[in-house]
Unconditional design. Structure first.
Length: 250
């Protein structure tokens, strides 16, 4: 049985741009009120807030820099301002380059804090405060292998993948936790589409995806009444190529 999303309220982290923006608009299209979280992208977040509201639902802005631990109290703050949160989409992330030989404990901590700890703490707080809800974590299909160019990042996403399963068990059935593993969707900030197109041939589907592929999967998980701890690979089959733990650059 599909759950009705209309009238619920969602907190989407890192919502102002790119995939987070697409997810926010898709939720609004389903009649969901959206709390637009941002850290630096105030202008984009304000524009998104207006676009969400134009779809006939409520919209609010919340600012928090997870690197400064501002995830602490965020759920409480957002719920107080909006009357409650039913859905949490943990989308915010950092994606710095790092090779194994160059990683540092500080760099690892920073990735862990934003990419794994913040989603965990927000989910834990949602459960404490709201007692029930639905959560989707944006992970990465390369957690089935390695990303040798973003080692600190991929280690943090491996942790998020494990936390997703552990929270799914521990918090069920009241808080339902699932995940999406995006593959090649958008080039990292600062790179153009050539970056993705060069890699298209490595994907069984022979092309990259788009943000709507991700928002479709998020909606599917949120509407399902029986999926728990499920992580959907939305990657054109790329995860199937990770059986050897990803091509080593050397
Ligand atoms: N793009 C892809 O092809 C791809 C592939 C695999 C996995 N994913 C995953 O899918 C999700 C969305 O991807 P994306 O490429 O759209 O993400 P993104 O553009 O790299 O980042 C999303 C948002 O995260 C927020 N963020 C960054 N640092 C933050 C901090 N310290 N505190 C709070 N928020 C912070 C930023 O918000 P502000 O702009 O407001 O600062 C940013 O706009 C991510 O979890 C990503 O790891 C994406």
């Amino acid at each position: 049985m599909a759950s009705e999303l209309k009238g619920r309220t969602a907190l989407v982290t890192g919502a102002g741009k790119r995939i987070g923006r697409e997810i926010s608009l898709a939720l609004a299209g389903e009649g969901v009120n959206v709390i637009v979280h941002y850290s630096r992208s105030l202008k984009e977040a304000e524009e998104l807030k207006d676009e969400v509201a134009a779809k006939g639902v409520k919209s609010w802005l919340v600012k928090a820099d997870f690197d400064k631990k501002e995830y602490e109290g965020l759920v409480e703050r957002a719920a107080a301002a909006t009357g409650g949160i039913d859905i949490l989409v943990n989308n915010a992330s950092i994606f710095p380059m790092s090779r194994l030989d160059g990683i540092t404990l500080e760099g690892l901590f920073s990735n862990l804090r934003v990419n794994a700890w913040a989603p965990f703490e927000l989910t834990r707080d949602l459960r404490k405060l709201m007692k029930k809800g639905r959560v989707v974590n944006l992970i990465d299909s390369r957690t089935q292998g390695y990303d040798w160019s973003h080692v600190e990042y991929i280690l943090s996403k491996h942790l998020l993948a494990e936390l997703t399963k552990m929270m799914a068990i521990e918090y069920a059935p009241d808080v339902v936790v699932n995940g999406v593993n995006p593959g090649l969707i958008l080039p990292p900030p600062g790179k153009d589409m050539d970056y993705l197109e060069k890699m298209d041939s490595t994907v069984p589907r022979k092309r990259h995806g788009n943000p709507k592929d991700i928002s479709d999967a998020v909606l599917y998980l949120l509407k399902s009444d029986f999926l728990i701890g499920e992580v959907i690979n939305v990657d054109g089959g790329r995860h199937l190529m990770e059986y050897d733990r990803g091509p080593h650059p050397d």
